[in-house]
Ligand binder design. Structure first.
Ligand SMILES: Cc1ncc(C[n+]2csc(CCOP(=O)(O)OP(=O)(O)O)c2C)c(N)n1
Ligand SMILES: [Mg+2]
Length: 309
């Protein structure tokens, strides 16, 4: 429809580097986030992808959804492989005058990032490699059957942290990987969700221009694991932000900015009650979650130079 493009505002490029036809579940927020990340990265990108849902759904032999060079790595070494590729590119520039602006990107799920690949991510950030790490956080090891990870939120029920007579499900708080990345004093750390495409694109574009490591944490709604209807994915990501459960912020050279800040946060119940993984929670459990969310939200507000709520 050539004529349409004259009138329609072209806010986002129509070019995709993560092609449709992959095998993600319907309503997958992670696949949506990957698509926007790839749009923002553009063609001159090399991706090192830890094992997980995104690798499984995108590369069943002999097919591939990836329209940029892409390598499937282990859990443990996505960042180490990215480090090697980045060093190789540097050597090519030095020795052979290679002059393309190619960005190296490591990506993985929450299990790959917060648990099994944390050491190689920490090493790559500490060494100062020029790369972006993107964590697609769907809050469990989804690909292998929704096992809890250190990113599974307090109170969620999973097959390996089930609720029952003696348990209310996951009993630990979500590990704050953005904070762990920040203490490496890297130039750029940001959080975002699969429900805000412009925010994802703006942050990836910013990270792409930075020389050195960037860490982007994307809350990626998972209808299968969260037990939500697949047509509620966008709503669910927005509610995570509007309740303060998932603060969206960035840290540029140590300076915090809270990107979405509402005059009043919605009660966490608005988010929890829509998800099957929280169906068992009592009023007391919900009150405990509410208190913790406000405390964590206020920490970010303070770091961003704002008053507590
Ligand atoms: C060392 C190791 N342990 C376990 C597995 C099996 N495994 C493959 S993908 C996966 C789940 C990945 O979870 P996550 O990183 O959160 O990504 P998601 O599938 O949720 O996107 C597991 C446990 C493996 N491949 N390697
Ligand atoms: Mg996961």
């Amino acid at each position: 429809m050539e004529t349409l493009s004259i009138y329609a505002p072209r806010l986002i490029t129509t070019k995709d580097y993560f092609a449709s036809g992959h095998r993600a579940c319907s309503g997958c927020g992670e696949a949506l986030a990957v698509r926007f990340v790839c749009k923002a990265l553009g063609r001159n990108t090399i991706i090192s992808n830890a094992t997980g849902c995104m690798e499984i759904i995108s590369s069943p032999l002999p097919e591939s959804s990836w329209e940029v060079p892409w390598i499937h790595t282990l859990f443990e070494n996505a960042s180490a492989v990215a480090s090697g590729i980045e060093s190789g590119l540097k050597a090519m520039k030095r020795k052979y005058g290679y002059d393309k602006d190619v960005k190296v990107v490591a990506m993985g799920g929450d299990g790959a990032t917060a648990d099994i690949g944390l050491q190689s991510l920490s090493g790559a950030m500490e060494r100062g490699h020029d790369f972006i790490y993107v964590c697609f956080d769907n809050e469990a090891y989804m690909n292998t059957g929704i096992q809890r990870s250190s990113e599974t939120p307090f109170g969620a029920s999973t097959p390996t942290a089930p609720y029952g007579k003696k348990s209310m499900g996951q009993h630990t708080q979500k590990k704050n990987i953005a904070a762990i990345a920040a203490v490496h004093e890297i130039p750029y750390v940001a959080t975002t969700t699969s429900s805000y495409p412009f925010d994802i694109i703006a942050k990836i574009e910013k990270a792409r221009k930075i020389k050195g490591p960037s860490y982007i944490h994307i809350l990626s709604v998972c209808p299968t694991g969260w037990r939500t209807p697949s047509n509620q994915t966008i709503t669910m990501g927005r509610l995570a932000v509007e309740t303060g459960i998932f603060p969206v912020y960035e840290i540029e050279n140590g300076k915090y900015t809270l990107n979405f800040d509402y005059p009043k946060l919605r009660p966490v119940e608005d988010y929890l009650k829509l998800q099957g993984r929280y169906r068992h929670l009592t009023k007391e459990n919900t009150a405990e979650i509410q208190e913790h969310v406000l405390m964590e939200y206020n920490k970010i507000r303070q770091l961003a130079g704002k008053k507590s709520r």
